[in-house]
Design a protein around this ligand. Sequence first.
Ligand SMILES: [Zn+2]
Length: 276
Amino acid sequence: MPESSSAKHGARKTESEIERLLSRLPEQLLRVNARKVAAWKKPAGAIRRLLKQDYVRCLRRHLSYAEVRTLVSEFERIFPRFNSRSVAMMSTRNFSAIAAKLDFHLQAVPYGGPDGLALRGFYVTRADGILKRPLVFVNTAHHPLAVTTSFVHELAHHVTSQVLNLPAESVHFFFDADYSTHLAEPGELAADVMVSLAGYSAETARRIFPSSWNWGLVARTENLTETAFEKVRIHLRKVYGFDLMARIPPAERLNRLVGMIHYAKLRWALLAEYDL
Ligand SMILES: [Zn+2]
């Protein structure tokens, strides 16, 4: 068989494998993750849990400074001046360019329905006999900022799998309102750390979060102050045009708020613990 034909055949096979994988999604969603889908329907509980979490302790326990630095260096090759300026909002075309450069499959499609919106995306590692290349799936049915966030999260899984030796499952699902479980899993925490650094450069973080002389001997970032939260809102509006109260459908607001609190507290912890 000529090489081009065999390559085409391979590509078709991979496409059909991906389609098969995607067609099984709704069933997997409901069965394996019923608890997480239920949590997504009650975001108030997630907010309460996140507000109480000590992010510095989670970070210290699951991800070392050296590991975060390694990921930052890798991200600097994808996003010039990463952590010196916020990563801009991205389109599906931007996702495709990065996927081509880093050689993974990308599926960026809307996935709605009654429970479909609970899903933000997922990452499947390369598996012999199934996928020749890893796959990133991004649900584009969400607000563009949430979509960019999902992509960066899944991208971070991909980068992590290449450069860090963290315990990892072959498939990572990313659900809205699932963040407190991310704090206990090194791979998920690493992915969210990169989202957090993408959204808030070091300079922005220093401007928003209270400085070290207010922390006491042990850095604690349990409570986001009202002033800090207001600055977070201004930052997201200015850089991403994201306004929680203006353009987000009321049914989605609490879920978006969960994400805002999570990534802001994580960014503060990175500043407090690792001075990043
Ligand atoms: Zn994940």
